[in-house]
Design a protein around this ligand. Sequence first.
Ligand code: PMV
Length: 337
Amino acid sequence: MKVMASAPGKVTLFGEHAVVYGHPALVVAIEKRVKAIAESRNDDVIKISARDLRVPGIVISYIGNEVVLETDYGMVLPAIAYINKAIELTAKELGVKRGVNVEIKSEMPVGAGLGTSAAVAVSTIASYAAVNGYSLSREEIARLGWEVEKEVQGIASPMDTSITSLGGYLKIKYGSNSVERIQLKVEGELPLIIGYVEREAKTKDMVAMVRERMQKYPEIYEGIMKMIGHVVERAEASLLRGELKELGFLMNINHSLLDALGVSTRRLNELVHVARDSGAYGAKLTGAGGGGCVIALVPEKGEIVETAMKLHGSMVLRTKLGADGVKVEEVDGKRLD
Ligand code: PMV
């Protein structure tokens, strides 16, 4: 038996980092998916292939006569760890011991802050359960996916695994023993442009850096986190009312607060300003920071903003928002609709 399950990537609209400390965040699924193809085996071997996990880029430096080529291929190895752990935890949960061949395909670059790791974990869980004859609910998959992220990453909020499991637009908040996930009904298309600049630090390191500073300067950092929480509440109301200018304004505040936390970089700040100066209603970094992605909310098609961001040297991604969550799409080559 062969099953293909897919799960979407995501962008965090508001509230990254503060979500780790119990404040709400707004996040949306994007129409760029990770596909996991699981094929059952008659033994207990687990074989993983991830031939087209795309990496964001390469850097070539010419130092005298020497050419130094750096790639982000290091990002691929951790992705494999998510697949392995997803199979292990799902097998344990379901009490199955069968081996499997899993192949992963991604329409997104790995490690860019678009939630690829969570989508890899969640699509693997869905396909491995299905190939063993189980159908897990999206909530169950989200819970297992979060376990996978915590085991591989150490510390992670349930944000990425929730959005890639449930899809759409989510407001998410979690505490020591509760996760609140509210699906938001957003009318129409949100005109958003995603720009990517090279990643200088990993999510794990950015989260750890914020944690250290939180311990050292609690009276300052707790205040910033709380303020991000207020921005998120205002942004939720504006999002539901379709007030784009207001949303852009709030994005700008959220970006400044993230910069105050120390997670922005010069290149991210420049890209944010390029977007604003070329007509965006607002722009902010999205995800953990330390490089990675910027989102810009633009009037109508936003061609000028897109061109300005490209000229500034960023990769630009346009995609539909509010994509469907994890789903089994094919069984033995037949599409399920
Ligand atoms: O860069 P990403 O998409 O992995 O963003 C991580 C978001 C954080 O809030 C910084 C961490 C988390 O686990 O929620």
